[in-house]
Design a protein around this ligand. Structure first.
Ligand code: NAG
Ligand code: NAG
Ligand code: NAG
Ligand code: NAG
Ligand code: NAG
Ligand code: NAG
Ligand code: NAG
Ligand code: NAG
Ligand code: ZN
Length: 454
């Protein structure tokens, strides 16, 4: 019965969606608030965001990719790939063949981005569709010779209000229509680094500001008449954990700086030795018990962080809350980049719009699962990726989604129905079939046995 209802219902919703999607292609706005740790949502108040979730969906934890840094994870969201496969393996990189350097202020060479195809490029190859970006790592770079039709060069000094105004204008007035758009904001990452996530008072103030920005976003979409028809995803790249001057790992105490090039420092250091790699490894291995030292070929498989020339011969991974420094490094009170299995490194995801359920909560997905879901919503064929569409089916109105207990319930229910039916049929057959002498004899035998059994 339940099965039948689900079948009928999904049939209905699919046909309704089918009708409207011919006239208007679906629109999707992808928003990132950098460094929005998953449990901020439980530990602080977000009236506007909670309203958004009440009419939409929430994924409480998004397992992001290693290393849990900004550029790599933003690129995983829009490509569905692990870092070793999309090529943005850190915020600071070095390529030993071309001798090129990459950093967050020197990121415009397409060379770094071309190992993958982000969704805004794929979207734009569809007839009559364009993409727009009010910032997002990579959106101001001609990746595979394509930038979004509408974009802003990255500048941290442009206000949220201006970014919001640009992106909503593009979403409402462009021809061909903008169907995929991104919006990026630097907070709460900047304040998380500055104060540390355990500074409740400062974080409360900053997170209230963010909630107000979400309020502005929803209000603006309503004012422009976009709210009912647009799909909005609000998510982030990573979390944040508290650091301390009592938890420092000083490389200058272990290895002479002339013995290696330091490509990236903390909490995952990328070391390019100038001396014998084994020798450098041995020095670093003895350095401090609060970090793991890996030769490139020994990096654990679960990190999916090995098969790329931009990953250096030795990486150092600090324990949560520990900071790798040199003699003169400045310390941040909060940081991220650590092991992606740590809950403190995880962001959340909330979504609202015609593609999503209303008032549905889900415990976890992977950050690489967002890409196939976005492609589905936009009707795009995804590039090969590491995400699983099935993980996000429960968020989507027009998808089958059965949780394990439900599945067990349905199987047991079906078995009960089948058994009952079989019994009924057998009884009917016994009643209607003309009893042959032999079978009557058997029945009588059985009857005789009964008192003995009883
Ligand atoms: C499709 O939607 C339009 C309104 O958008 C409605 O008039 C029409 O009857 C619908 N067609 C079907 C087959 O549901
Ligand atoms: C693209 O848009 C034009 C006019 O806006 C329309 O005539 C054409 O049919 C559209 N093409 C597709 C494939 O939707
Ligand atoms: C971004 O900056 C480049 C180089 O400074 C410039 O050529 C380009 O027009 C700018 N694009 C936008 C959208 O502002
Ligand atoms: C490596 O460091 C040692 C000091 O620990 C120094 O004597 C040596 O010259 C360095 N080697 C290189 C190649 O820089
Ligand atoms: C590095 O040193 C080890 C012994 O410490 C030696 O076995 C190895 O051959 C050396 N490698 C190179 C490339 O010199
Ligand atoms: C560059 O790095 C790769 C992988 O780490 C290595 O196999 C290769 O030999 C290096 N090439 C040069 C020119 O150093
Ligand atoms: C770092 O500091 C230590 C002592 O605190 C000193 O011995 C060492 O020479 C310094 N190294 C560098 C590279 O400044
Ligand atoms: C991730 O996806 C890419 C593209 O399909 C593939 O080449 C790579 O092997 C995948 N990685 C893993 C660990 O499956
Ligand atoms: Zn970030």
């Amino acid at each position: 019965m339940k099965l039948l209802v689900i079948l009928l219902f999904s049939g209905l919703t699919i046909s309704c969606r089918g009708n409207s999607s011919y006239s208007l292609p679906p629109k999707l706005l992808l928003v990132s608030f950098d460094g929005f740790r998953a449990d901020y949502l439980q530990n602080y108040e977000f009236p506007h965001l909670q309203n958004f979730i009440k009419e939409g969906v929430l994924v409480e934890h998004v397992k992001n990719v290693f290393i849990t840094k900004t550029f790599p994870n933003h690129y995983s969201i829009v490509t569905g790939l692990y870092e070793e496969s999309h090529g943005i393996v850190a915020n600071s990189m070095y390529d030993n063949v071309t001798k090129k350097h990459f950093s967050d202020s020197n990121d415009k060479d397409p060379f770094w981005w071309n190992e993958a195809v982000p969704i805004w490029v794929t979207n734009q190859l569809q007839e009559n569709r364009s993409s727009a970006a009010a910032m997002w790592p990579g959106t101001d770079v001609p990746i595979h010779n394509t930038t979004p039709s509408y974009y802003m060069n990255y500048s941290s000094s442009v206000s949220f209000k201006e970014r919001l105004s640009k992106i909503t204008t593009w979403l409402s007035n462009s021809n061909p229509p903008v169907t995929f758009a991104t919006l990026y904001w630097e907070e709460p990452d900047a304040s998380g680094h500055k104060y540390g996530p355990e500074d409740k008072e400062n974080m409360r103030r900053v997170l209230k500001e963010i909630d107000d920005l979400i309020g502005d976003l929803v209000q603006k979409l309503k004012m422009l008449g976009l709210w009912e028809s647009i799909n909005v995803i609000i998510t982030s790249d990573h979390g944040m954990t508290q650091c301390s001057e009592n938890r420092l790992i000083n490389l200058d105490h272990c290895i002479d700086h002339s013995n290696y090039s330091l490509i990236d420092l903390t909490p995952v250091a990328a070391i390019l030795p100038k001396i014998n790699v084994t020798e450098a490894y041995d020095k670093l291995k003895k350095c401090n018990s609060h970090m793991n030292v890996y030769l490139k070929e020994d990096i654990p498989n679960r990190f999916y962080y090995q098969h790329n020339d931009r990953i250096q011969p030795i990486i150092l991974v600090a324990d949560e809350g520990w900071t790798i420094v040199l003699n003169k490094s400045a310390l941040k009170l909060g940081d991220h980049g650590y092991d992606n299995s740590l809950p403190s490194m995880h962001p959340f995801l909330a979504a609202h719009g015609p593609a999503f359920h209303k008032g549905y909560k889900h415990s976890t997905i992977n950050i690489v699962d967002i890409y196939p879901m976005m492609c589905y919503i936009l009707g795009l064929k995804p590039h090969p990726n590491n995400g699983t569409f099935g993980h996000t089916k429960c968020l989507l109105v027009d998808q089958w989604c059965i949780s394990l207990p439900e599945a067990i319930g349905i199987v047991i229910g079906a078995l009960l129905v089948l058994t009952t039916l079989t019994c009924l049929i057998l009884i009917m057959q016994n009643r209607t079939s003309v009893p042959r002498p032999f079978s009557r004899l058997q029945l009588q035998d059985d009857d005789d046995d009964d008192p003995l059994i009883g």
